[in-house]
Design a protein around this ligand. Structure first.
Ligand code: MN
Length: 401
């Protein structure tokens, strides 16, 4: 009998994906727009190098018009000659485009809002003015030899007819990619599919999607976008970014690889180190339960789970932790059973009787009830106290039945 690691029912999926899925990572731009986050130039360069090392296809390195420092960072990253293409964000303003030109990036990501809300309360512009401004900016960038992607901001709350008008005008002006954005993360997968299909059916250009995670659906929405005709997805490491963040790079890559058998060519074994680098640079800790890269992603405490995992890891791990550069942790606490104790003693060639093992387990459970997780030091003190009771360490004999 063949054991399944991943649910075999995933095979019923009818979703088809483009041959070349493009991951364009925005950790250095949208990720850094996470409130309170600032990366230094050195940190940005280190993150860009690591993204390149794991073969992320495109890196959105920043928004040069924001500040001199930002411009310097984008310029430095563009001059590293990485295999990843270097992109930067730009409003449809001549000065912004000039900043992008100065940075010598491979492609500029132009954006302008298309929703009535943004037109009235932010841009204070008519639809005609928006299209005119976009065309002027595309022209300006193109005339300086820059490849252009045009995104409609707030696409998921925009009139689709107007969005298509903007895209058609941008395509005629020479844009080579069109982007939809779920700026507020307020669309579900069907809405994203609908918008992507609408563009795909009327304009023959690659489509990208920049999706937020306010309803926790960013990864699902990105899968919907890819399987309905988009080819590029903006991600961030650990899903960091504005408000609830963006599509998490590692979650998207792993879901495509395992649930949909679509390998996008990213070296997944570097994902945990990359996440550590980004979170350390941002002065954040990786949430314990972060999928794939969190410290608990492959941790087991329950005695039942530990016993099974020691026998065959597939019982409670559908992917080998090494595949994402993470590791298995067998955690000692109130849920522990005897297998972990036997395993730890065997590793150090320590002999103990059945009775002593039971005593150790009881002591661990009692300590776990008292204060949760038990450290290695505490474990070995408990073991010493039971195997060498003369040393004045805790005597657990009163617990015996
Ligand atoms: Mn965003």
């Amino acid at each position: 009998m063949k054991f399944a690691a991943i649910s075999p029912y995933n095979a019923i999926s009818k979703r088809a994906f483009p041959e070349h899925v493009v991951v364009y990572d925005s950790t250095l731009r949208d990720g850094e727009q996470m409130p309170g986050i600032h990366f230094t130039l050195d940190q940005k360069v280190a993150i860009a190098r690591k993204l390149d090392e794991i073969r992320v296809h495109q890196i959105e390195a920043g928004f040069p018009a924001v500040s001199d420092g930002e411009r310097k960072a984008v310029k430095s990253i563009a001059s590293l000659n990485l295999d990843s293409e270097i992109l930067c964000l730009s409003r449809t303003l001549t000065a912004d485009v000039d900043a992008a030109i100065e940075c010598d990036v491979d492609m500029v990501l132009l954006f302008i809002a298309t929703s009535e809300l943004h037109l009235r309360y932010k841009l204070k512009m008519t639809k005609e003015q928006v299209i005119e401004k976009a065309v002027v900016a595309v022209d300006h960038a193109r005339s300086h030899g820059l490849k252009v992607s045009m995104s409609s901001e707030d696409s998921t709350r925009s009139d689709v007819g107007f969005m298509l008008d903007l895209f058609k005008a941008s395509a005629e002006a020479g844009a080579v990619r069109l982007g939809i954005t779920d700026t507020l993360g307020c669309a579900g997968p069907e809405a994203v599919e609908y918008l992507v299909r609408k563009i795909r059916d009327s304009i023959d250009l690659p489509i990208s999607a920049h999706l937020h995670n306010d309803f926790g659906l960013a990864v699902v929405n990105s899968i919907a976008a890819l399987s309905s005709g988009a080819e590029a997805i903006a991600t961030t490491v650990g899903g960091i970014g504005e408000r609830a963040g963006n599509v998490s790079l590692e979650q998207l890559v792993m879901a495509l690889k395992h649930l949909y058998k679509k390998d996008v060519g990213i070296r997944t074994e570097g994902l945990t180190d990359l996440t550590k680098l980004v979170f350390e640079s941002a002065d954040l800790s990786i949430p314990a339960n972060q999928p794939w890269v969190g410290p608990n992603a492959f941790s087991h405490e329950s005695g039942i789970h530990v016993a099974a995992v020691l026998n065959c890891p597939l019982t409670y791990e559908c992917v080998n932790p090494e595949e994402v550069g993470n590791r298995r942790r067998l955690v000692l606490g109130k849920h522990s059973g005897s297998h972990i104790v036997v395993n730890r003693l065997e590793e150090k060639d320590i002999k103990a009787s059945q009775e002593q093992i039971c005593d150790i387990v009881r002591a661990i459970k009692r300590a776990g009830e008292d204060h949760g997780r038990i450290s290695d030091d505490e474990f070995w003190k408990i073991v010493d106290g039971i195997l060498k009771p003369g040393l004045g360490l805790p005597d657990c004999s009163e617990d015996k039945e």
